[in-house]
Design a protein around this ligand. Structure first.
Ligand code: HEC
Length: 119
């Protein structure tokens, strides 16, 4: 009887220990996932959709390169990057279309709103 309750207590202690730890990990994960960063989220979008013209050096008539963090920040601040990817007329980037999926446009907008974090 005595050893049974000891085992029970041990099991309870083990389980509560485990769930506490995993809750901790989960909270940390959610916090990290909440922020959009250039390295994780934005660079892949640019690499897949823009670099074919906005390379270094730029080709196909593109006026600037978008290969680095500072290139992209500069284009957001001075070259209306958000306006150009959001455009619904012929000025949309990528040039010649198709327009990026709205989810990716929203991600870039969120990145700007959160303060243009690099990583
Ligand atoms: C097929 C080639 C091509 C692709 C792909 C492309 N661009 Fe462009 N981009 C151009 C050209 C050419 C111009 C200059 C003419 C113009 O402004 O429409 C330009 C201009 C721009 C400008 C305005 C620059 C200025 O100083 O006015 C921005 C911002 C821009 N592109 C962002 C992007 C982004 C972001 C992507 C990817 C989502 C992209 N472009 C994909 C060819 C391209």
């Amino acid at each position: 009887m005595r050893s049974k309750s000891l085992i029970l207590i041990l099991i309870i202690a083990l389980f509560s220990g485990c769930s506490y730890n995993s809750e901790d990990d989960l909270t940390e994960q959610v916090i990290i996932d909440n922020f959009v960063t250039y390295e994780t989220n934005i660079k892949p979008i640019i690499d897949n959709n823009c670099i074919v013209c906005h390379n270094n050096p730029p080709v196909n008539g593109a006026p600037m390169s978008l290969t680095t963090f500072s290139n992209v920040v500069e284009a957001v601040e001075n070259r209306n990057l958000i306006g150009r990817i959001s455009a619904t007329d012929g000025s949309v980037m990528p040039a010649g279309g198709p327009r990026l999926p709205q989810s990716l446009i929203d991600l870039v907008i969120q990145w700007v709103e959160e303060g243009l974090m690099e990583n």
